[in-house]
Ligand binder design. Structure first.
Ligand code: GLN
Length: 250
């Protein structure tokens, strides 16, 4: 009959919407948006079209703990920082050094990795220690703590969007050294078939943390709790080991 058809149609629509709500997790917050710059191996880099790396695996593990779906956007490093600061993205995870300067504009999770700036030179370079950089031109990545270190020490610099471009400036003789985060220096130098080496002299002491919009305490607390759990159960150590990274951020 006509009425029972209408009733069953209403029921069908009602059941369908219940299924749809169940699938979306029943909340508009189920997605964690993350900005990164996939030019920073082994923390984040492209494998074909896919963004992979230690930070990516860590972010996936975090999102899983938070019961959220991770959505990663690959943009320039400075844009990733601004994107987190303005809240365009929930978080930026990009080997980001948490420092006082940045804390003016954004909040950070607890530290998850210890790093330092390192020097890459040509294997036959006369530059053997940091003091030999005096009077040389050094390349670096724009908007990074490596660039800041070089500016603070008044070196002549050439800044590039990516570490890969910074190292090609070295191998093509435009600069005499590169300053970039230690693990990334090693990863980039390893690709040069012995033409370049990383000097064993840490220039700075830095800690990586996850950036969020200032005042986003609720998210920072959730992330810190999840990070603690991932540290305690060995997940984080296992992720970093997979990428040959020493894990010592306790
Ligand atoms: N750790 C450095 C910084 O925060 C570099 C990060 C990066 O280039 N992805 O500035």
């Amino acid at each position: 009959m006509k009425i029972s058809k209408v009733v069953s149609l209403i029921l069908a629509v009602a059941m369908l919407s219940i299924v749809l709500v169940a699938c979306s997790g029943g909340s508009g917050d189920a997605v964690l948006t993350m900005a990164t710059n996939a030019e920073f191996p082994p923390f984040e880099y492209l494998e074909g079209e896919e963004i992979v790396g230690a930070d990516v695996d860590m972010a996936k593990a975090l999102a899983e703990k938070l019961g959220m779906e991770l959505e990663i956007t690959n943009i320039d490093f400075d844009a990733a920082l601004t994107g987190a600061a303005t809240g365009k993205y929930d978080v930026a995870v990009a080997g980001i050094t948490a420092n006082d300067e940045r804390r003016k504009n954004m909040d950070f999770s607890n530290d998850y990795y210890k790093a330092s700036q390192a020097i890459i030179v040509m294997a036959d370079s006369e530059i053997k220690v940091a003091a030999d950089l005096e009077g040389k031109t050094v390349s670096c990545q724009e908007g990074t703590t490596g660039e800041q270190y070089l500016l603070d020490n008044e070196y002549a610099i050439q800044s590039f969007k990516t570490g890969a471009e910074a190292i090609s400036a070295l191998t093509t003789g435009k600069v005499q050294a590169v300053v970039i985060d230690d693990a990334v220096a090693k990863a980039l130098s390893d690709k040069q078939n012995g033409a370049t080496i990383v000097l064993d002299e840490p220039l700075t002491k830095e800690n990586y943390a996850i950036a969020t919009k200032k005042g986003n305490t609720e998210l920072v607390e959730k992330i810190n709790k999840a990070l603690d759990e991932l540290k305690a159960d060995g997940t984080l150590a296992a992720i970093f080991a997979e990428y040959d990274l020493a894990f010592d951020a306790e």
